[in-house]
Ligand binder design. Sequence first.
Ligand code: AKG
Length: 266
Amino acid sequence: MNWIFTLVLLFAVAIGYASDLFTRYLRELDQKGFTLVENVWGPQDLEQFRQGLEQAKQRAFALIENTPPQQRIFFENEQRNESKYWRDGQTLVMQAGEGRFDFYLGFESAFFPTRQVNQPLLNRLMQELLGGEFTHNAGVVLASPGGKDQYWHRDTHTLSNRDTTGAQLVALDDFYFTVLIPITVPMTLENGTTELMVGSHRLPSLQFDSCPKERLCVPLGAALVFNGKINHRGRANLSTEERPVLYITYYKQWYNETYRVGIDHN
Ligand SMILES: O=C(O)CCC(=O)C(=O)O
């Protein structure tokens, strides 16, 4: 009888722990704008992602080699940014700072062939955050060794015709979350793990000076989840290895993720 009691007790403790963690993720996402979710991917998932990465790299670098780059000029947080991109039909690769590529459109099926992300915790988290009627895209940010600090940016459009401070954006319900997933090497201070302005998902850029900055190390198997409104950047990769991260962006169905400011969509 004793062992049944012990089992029930252990089960209850595990459920309580999981529910405390879930509450912490939601609280951190609300207050700081980001959270670290550990133990979401197992060795099989990581192996599948690595195979996807090889496929995605082949396609992306073939596109870069065979297509002339186009210039991308855009304003965000009242700053002018200049970059480039390569496009072929529905496939789009962007330069995301010096030594950093974003395999942005047309790469999801390399990682999720059925277009389903079978991760119950992430699905539950997104359901809670976005309240249903959401969808996702997946791509890769590849930071080369020697790559430089990225420009600060939010992951969403500012949803204004002229103002680039994000004042209107931050007044809206949350509608977009990014999940960054290291797949070959953990994200470390040395290889440039993402830097985030704490609380900037609730602020226009005029108030960014008040935000502390934070960087989290993300082990393999974990995910860094953040609000797409948060101001952030990848840091320089000072290691000798490339640092790819798979990303999944979850957003409300009314949002047009295929549009990116500064890109000719015609
Ligand atoms: O490379 C990183 O750590 C973050 C990259 C990123 O935020 C982006 O390109 O949107």
